[in-house]
Design a protein around this ligand. Structure first.
Ligand code: HEC
Ligand code: HEC
Length: 541
């Protein structure tokens, strides 16, 4: 119990001090030297630390007061700030009282107010145990609670909650789950709710582009399966590239990005479109400059990352958001679970009444699987298509394999190879002859939502795609050995299409798309309005 109290008191103190430190005086990152010096105090006794914390709190309060005086006139002020100051002082006071508890062996929390507040978000992240979450959980992508544009006040309240800075240990939904060991990028760029939320705002924010007209979502929109319905991506001033926009979901299972794999990670990928002249047509410098002018971004970056607002951190936040975009369980996943069970326990389920009496647990498991499958029905045609997809006859799983239905490798199917100057794809990156005209195998999950298809968007429907495979692709010197003319009846082809359309379509996460940060002027006006209202209320009281 004593341990519990100490931990709770300390956590509350961190949260409130973090809140105060960050939001009390805004955007200047605290001096590193001081923080480093303070770190050396780690070895000191716990009660000394509590004292330090008290002094720091006073120092901070004095700092904030000085800042306000310096600014001259009524600087916009947020109610959360006041509440934070008081509560932080309270928390520090109780930490003082509890110092004898804190000395209990083995539980001394490694807290040094100043060192740990150097970048509160990241420090809290390191101090608290990880939270296990299932990707696709709507709470990850629901945005900061509220309506309309995000106000600084709403943001501050939400960011002051330690749970939003805890490292998340993601699990994958049924279907993708088989690929859980293959999840990429989490060690280098740990997920937290605050980072995902920052990435969500950036992903939907057209201010990342040169004329504030194009966001990532312009070419990777949720309505079109996080891809685009156009043949090629359409960027600033309607400019067109020469490749089709692939989907931004299930990226957590994917290493190299782009059709030719030229970006080694999602983080590296995210920086590309911002500076691409025909996409967002910006420079990284101008993009950062623009974000620096939006107060809410500066605060979030300072809180989430030790080194604040940089283009690499923009990329890290966006990548974190993208990693939460996963396809939910599809009818095929429920069907295969049930099917595997039925094969394993064929004898047991012959007589269900007997099973119910003899092995209630197994009976319940069976009934649950059966219900899940019944709730997500799949047609006979789609089931036949699935079996065909995995068969030698169609051979799709020579490349579309694993939890995300892709080998993440590059193959030449002959798409676009009849052009005068064909796009040579992976070859341009690798310079390997075998990679001429080869492109990265895309996922088949939720593929019904991401038309048109192929790297050049040349195929409008899944029916066309299946015809392409049936005729053995387009002959050229580098055609993959795995692409051959297929013996498929019209029914077989229809079954393959049904498998992809109904069998492999699962739900995508619910994502808040409209709640973004206001521009600086709007934010200032709102803050001033709030201040006026507060004053009026105070007068009335
Ligand atoms: C103008 C349209 C456009 C915009 C804006 C755009 N993209 Fe893309 N995106 C594309 C196209 C086209 C490709 C494929 C390019 C290639 O492979 O050469 C692509 C590729 C990708 C990929 C690789 C997927 C894979 O399977 O390899 C990801 C991830 C991605 N974009 C995310 C983003 C993010 C994040 C942003 C915003 C920072 C963004 N895109 C902005 C059109 C766009
Ligand atoms: C040799 C490896 C290979 C085999 C075998 C293969 N695919 Fe593909 N698939 C790819 C590659 C690579 C692409 C992208 C090619 C391009 O754009 O040039 C692709 C593209 C697709 C697409 C379009 C996806 C999108 O988002 O644009 C679908 C659908 C598809 N394949 C389904 C199938 C089916 C069904 C089969 C079996 C009949 C099959 N594939 C067999 C490698 C393969």
């Amino acid at each position: 119990m004593a341990r519990f109290i100490v931990v709770v008191v300390v956590l509350v103190a961190i949260a409130l001090l973090a809140n105060k430190y960050l939001f009390g005086d805004g955007d200047a990152p605290p001096a590193k030297g001081k923080a480093a010096a303070a770190k050396q105090d780690d070895a000191k006794a716990a009660d000394e630390k509590a004292d330090d914390a008290g002094e720091d709190a006073e120092e901070l309060a004095a700092d904030a007061a000085a800042k306000k005086a310096q600014a001259g006139g009524p600087a916009p002020k947020f109610p959360a700030e006041d509440a934070g100051e008081e509560a932080a002082a309270d928390a520090v006071a109780s930490a003082d009282v509890d110092t004898d508890l804190e000395q209990e062996p083995g539980v001394e929390p490694k807290l040094d107010a100043e060192a740990d507040l150097a970048a509160p978000g990241e420090k809290i992240t390191k101090m608290l145990p990880a939270e296990t979450v299932q990707l696709g959980d709507p709470s990850l992508t629901a945005g900061i609670p509220g309506e309309g544009e995000i106000t600084l006040e709403e943001m501050e309240v939400w960011l002051a909650e330690p749970k939003n800075h805890v490292v998340l240990k993601p699990e994958l939904p049924l279907g993708l789950k088989a690929g859980e060991a293959e999840m990429k990028g989490l060690d280098e760029n740990p997920l937290t709710r605050a980072k995902i939320e920052l990435g969500r705002q950036l992903y939907f924010d057209p201010r990342l582009s040169s004329d504030a007209s194009v966001s990532c979502a312009s070419c990777h929109a949720s309505e079109t399966g996080y891809a685009a319905a156009t043949k090629f991506g359409v960027g600033v001033e309607g400019q067109e590239g020469n490749r089709n926009s692939p989907t931004a979901y299930n990226r957590i299972l994917s290493g190299a990005q782009f059709w030719d794999g030229r970006a080694a990670s999602l983080e590296e990928q995210a920086k590309g479109p911002i500076a691409n002249p025909i996409e967002m047509s910006n420079t990284h410098e101008a993009c950062i400059e623009c974000l620096r002018g939006i107060p809410g971004y500066v605060k979030q970056f300072n809180l989430v990352f030790e080194d604040g607002l940089t283009i690499d951190n923009v990329a890290k936040a966006i990548a974190s958001f993208e990693r939460t975009l996963v396809t939910g369980p599809a009818p095929w996943d429920y069907y295969t679970e049930l099917d595997a069970f039925q094969q394993q326990f064929a004898a047991d389920i012959e007589d269900l009444d007997a099973l119910k009496e003899e092995d209630q647990e197994l009976y319940n498991e069976y009934m649950a699987l059966k219900k899940a499958s019944d709730d997500h029905p799949i047609s006979e045609s789609a089931i036949r298509g699935g079996k065909l997809f995995f068969s030698e006859q169609a051979g799709c799983t020579a490349c579309h394999l694993g939890a995300n239905f892709t080998d993440e490798k590059y193959h030449n199917l002959g798409v676009g190879m009849d052009a005068k100057e064909p796009d040579l794809g992976r070859f341009v990156i690798s310079n390997e002859e075998i990679d001429k005209g080869a492109f990265k195998t895309p996922t088949c999950r939720n593929v019904a939502q991401t038309a048109p298809y192929m790297h050049d968007g040349s195929q409008a429907t899944l029916e066309e795609v299946v015809e392409w495979y049936a005729k053995g692709g387009h002959p050229n010197a580098w055609l993959s050995e795995k692409v051959k003319k297929l013996e498929l009846s019209d029914q077989d082809k229809a079954d393959l299409v049904a498998f992809m359309k109904e069998g492999l379509t699962g739900e995508l996460p619910q994502v808040e798309e409209d709640r973004l940060l206001p521009d600086a002027e709007v934010a200032k006006e709102k803050a001033e309005e709030e201040l006026k209202e507060e004053k009026a209320e105070a007068k009335a009281a």
